[in-house]
Design a binder for this molecule. Sequence first.
Ligand SMILES: [Zn+2]
Length: 152
Amino acid sequence: MTVNGGQGDAADRNHNVSPVIRCADCGATLKAEDDACPECGSRNRRIKATLKAALESREFIRMKAKEGGRGKPFLEIRSGDSLFRKTGVWNRIHRIIDRKNDRYYERIEDQSGNVIRLCDEPLSQHRGHGSAKKKQNSRPDTEVGSEDTGSH
Ligand SMILES: [Zn+2]
């Protein structure tokens, strides 16, 4: 079994993570596909996959607009960083739920600004997806919390 030599393969295959690979001898930056250092020919590599993104300060904006301070908000905006359990990576999410105009907009970017997911469709159509949230009952409209005091 070759334990050595294969190191780094796992990181290379993961497209969501871009670890910094450096030559352990001369410090040159290597590409993931480089087998040996183009500078000095060394095969010793140093892979540094930092968790910097997870340690950065995170922000999240939530906004709800209600008519008369009662009932369901007709407009919801969520914007901020969100940890994706699937990848273990912090992504930036921007979501608008506009009940008045029947619109659902969602954009998810990774930390480098690449759009992972873009969804812009009528809210009434979005319900059919079933990908957004797992709900026991198919009433996605009721997911909205009611923590707002709503007093005017
Ligand atoms: Zn080198």
